[in-house]
Design a binder for this molecule. Structure first.
Ligand SMILES: [Zn+2]
Length: 348
């Protein structure tokens, strides 16, 4: 029996033909990008978190230059909430159209039971995630609206500031302690997500914001797609102190395949051996325990190791983990069971 995978993060929504005219048909095997239904099936992936969001098109006029000790990094400028809300609405309806025309093969799930039912019936389960709360108003009316639309996972920030908190810039080598913590509105957002049963994702959040959520949230701490700072000192990665807080909250880390966050040299070079990915996962397991580590590929959002290539290459990662000494029981936990465990705790 091949190991089945539930993935913690992808950005394929940006590339769907329902959203963008030159996008892909998710139901057909494509030669571009990382993820579509046929390639997911080959790779053993039965579902995952699909991110809605508006990301950076780096351009010197729009982007803030954050000056830090010794060097400068680019950081995306804040978004306009009104146009962001419109984009998110279009992405949501793109996914609903895809679900509809898939004739039951793709289902947007809002509970673990629905994900598991889809799996039993050989359907593909989508859990709606939003990467950055930039479209949400301080009164949080939009949050309730998104919840009713099926949103069950929310990243407070992407790598930019918003009214709730501050993201980390894409910087290497750099500590994730890059600025202030959550704003009062950010703390309200955490409380309301807890109340509604929306999982809070701490990926892209800076360290002080992370600590604020750790002090406040009643749910396990979750980072859907990240790596280990001790092995690759990228600002996007988690320090040992952050990992310990995740362990103490019974939370989870989804291992990111983004090579710039995997490689010790921080280079965005796809020629990155899977032994390096396995080393991050082994470090996470050592620090967090086998029940608190999962996969968060960042398919269609990052440069990933050529040895995985796309979703159809996921079995190569499983093989690399097996070579590293993980047995079937451990692999099943990392591949899907741990996500189900944390989602059960978070979505109530
Ligand atoms: Zn991301």
């Amino acid at each position: 029996m091949p190991i089945k995978i539930f993935d913690g993060h992808n950005d394929v929504v940006q590339h769907l033909r329902e959203f963008t005219p030159d996008g892909i048909d998710f139901l057909e095997r494509s030669t571009t990008g990382h993820l579509d239904l046929p390639r997911a099936e080959v790779g053993g992936m039965f579902g995952g978190f699909f991110a809605l969001g508006v990301f950076a098109k780096y351009n010197a006029e729009q982007d803030l230059i954050v000056t830090q000790t010794g060097y400068e990094v680019r950081m995306a400028a804040p978004l306009d909430p009104v146009s962001t809300r419109r984009e998110i609405g279009l992405q949501l309806s793109a996914l609903r159209s895809l679900e509809q025309r898939s004739l039951g093969k793709i289902r947007i799930a809002t509970t673990v039971d629905e994900i598991e039912q889809a799996r039993r019936e050989d359907a593909f389960a989508i859990l709606l995630h939003m990467e950055g709360a930039d479209s949400i108003d301080p009164a949080l009316d939009e949050l309730g609206e998104l919840y009713r639309s099926g949103l069950r996972s929310l990243g407070i920030v992407w790598s930019r500031p918003n009214i709730f908190g501050h993201g980390v810039p894409f910087a290497y080598p750099r500590s994730p302690d890059t600025g202030p913590g959550l704003t009062p509105a950010g703390k309200d957002l955490v409380r309301e997500c807890n109340r509604l049963g929306i999982m809070i994702d701490l990926a892209h959040l800076n360290e002080r914001g992370f600590r604020d959520v750790a002090a406040l949230s009643t749910s396990p701490l979750v980072v859907t797609h990240t790596c280990v700072h001790a092995l690759c000192p990228s600002a996007r990665n988690l320090t040992d102190r952050q990992l310990d807080a995740i362990r103490d909250s019974d939370g989870i880390v989804g291992m990111n395949f983004s090579v710039g966050d995997v490689r010790p040299d921080g280079h965005r070079n796809a020629d990155t051996p899977l032994t390096l990915v396995a080393q991050h996962i082994a470090y996470l397991v050592e620090r967090l325990g086998i029940d608190r580590v999962a996969i968060g590929s960042d398919f269609d959002g990052a440069t990933i190791p050529a040895a995985i290539g796309d979703a159809s290459g996921l079995p190569h990662l499983i093989a690399a983990l097996r070579d590293h000494g993980f047995d079937d029981e451990a692999l099943k936990k990392i591949a899907s069971e741990n996500w189900m465990r944390v989602l059960r705790l978070s979505l109530q």
